[in-house]
Design a protein around this ligand. Structure first.
Ligand code: PMP
Length: 373
């Protein structure tokens, strides 16, 4: 459960009530307060974490603990390397094909929305992209069942975007991939519910949603998949180099890594991923119920693939959306505007969003509906 201090502190310290932004996203208030407290003098070292050398014993302790916590939370076996890299998830759109193609010339992608399309576009600069499943025709409101997928058997891997942050479409199942190495973009759902790491060859996720702030990207890669990385691969784009250097090939984003470590500690204190999953499912169900019962709001994603993390919605009278946003901001609900590419509204309910925040938003939305019926 989200601790009482997270809700109470939000009320007391004059912050906005709740941040529903899609990323950078809400942090637990207890974590923000801890960062504030530790910032001038990290654990009596006499210096701030912002100034700390990334190869110092103090920092090494933070990153060792972060890796240990992540392995424990996600049950990551030893045959997988865990990396904390620069470049955002966007860089992984290129690093995945650069490292996994080997002697093959194509890769399979499932096209389920904006971020899959971005991953495909980037991979298309490096290899031939085979669209194994395409939700475009449904307006990205559905995920075709795997039985209908047509993967290229000679392709190097199969890529899927587990949660489409903009469209609000989420895989609530893991593809079989028929023995093909499975690659997952988990940016907007990492640690929000249990996943079977061992079904994947590569998992990547930027940290600015469920794991802290922007600056670090988490990569979990099965070591044996990296046998055929071309020697011409630039060092910073080669997973093997980062494995050799323990993610310290060059100066890392020290602060983002430290915040990710804090978030991992926080997730453990909440009872781990299974406890958060229960809470996340419940939070999203509260909003979907409201949307489905409403005559003012709508969400057209098929129920079986509705996201637990990002709930996009529209007002049936689109003109009212600006009024809604203004009223929501005034009431302390931040970040509810939809992505600039699609407009509308979106409530992001990452791990740090307490249930109380969702109940408060639901009350506000019902009240707004009554006033504008
Ligand atoms: N994939 C998904 C699913 C995302 O939501 C995002 C960012 N919103 C990205 C990739 C890109 O991440 P970054 O901005 O860290 O490159």
């Amino acid at each position: 459960m989200i601790t009482a201090v997270d809700t109470l502190a939000a009320v007391h310290d004059g912050r906005c009530g709740y941040n529903f932004g899609a990323g950078p996203a809400m942090l637990p208030v207890s974590v923000v307060l801890e960062l504030q407290q530790e910032l001038p003098n990290y654990k009596g070292s006499g210096i701030s974490i912002l100034e700390m050398n990334h190869r110092s014993p103090g920092f090494q302790k933070i990153i060792d603990q972060a890796e240990q916590d992540l392995r424990e939370l996600m049950l990551i076996p030893d045959e997988y390397a865990v990396l904390f890299l620069h470049g955002g998830a966007t860089l992984q759109f290129a690093m995945a094909p650069l490292n996994l193609l080997g002697s093959r010339s194509s890769a399979n992608y499932t096209n389920t929305g904006h971020w899959s399309a971005r991953a495909m576009r980037e991979a298309g600069r490096i290899c031939s992209v085979h669209v194994a499943a395409d939700a475009h025709a449904s307006g990205y409101t559905d995920i075709p069942p795997e039985a209908q997928w047509h993967a290229d058997k000679d392709a190097a891997y199969l890529h899927y975007t587990v949660n489409e942050t903009i469209g609000g479409v989420e895989f609530h199942w893991q593809p079989e991939a028929k023995g093909m190495p499975l690659v997952a973009d988990m940016t907007s759902m990492i640690l929000s519910r249990p996943v079977d790491v061992t079904r994947h060859a590569l998992i990547y996720a930027a940290t600015q949603k469920n794991l802290g702030i922007a600056g670090i990207t988490l990569v979990i890669v099965r070591r044996d998949i990296l046998k055929d990385v071309p020697v011409s691969t630039p060092t910073m784009l080669d997973y093997r180099e980062h494995i050799r250097a323990h993610s310290l090939f060059n100066t890392p984003p020290v602060f983002a890594w430290y915040v990710a470590a804090k978030m991992l500690t926080w997730i453990k204190a909440q009872g781990g991923v299974a406890a958060l999953a229960e809470c996340n499912q419940h939070k999203s169900a509260v909003l979907y119920k409201l949307l489905d019962e409403s005559g003012l709001y709508s969400n057209n994603v098929k129920r079986s693939c509705r996201s637990w993390m990002n709930v996009p919605f529209n007002l049936i009278d689109h003109k009212l959306e600006t009024v809604f946003l203004q009223a929501a901001t005034a009431a302390g609900f931040e970040g509810l505007a939809g992505h600039r590419s699609v407009g509308g509204l979106r409530a992001s309910l990452y791990n740090a969003m307490p249930e109380a925040g969702v109940y408060a938003l639901a009350d506000f939305m019902r009240e707004f509906e009554r006033a504008h019926a």
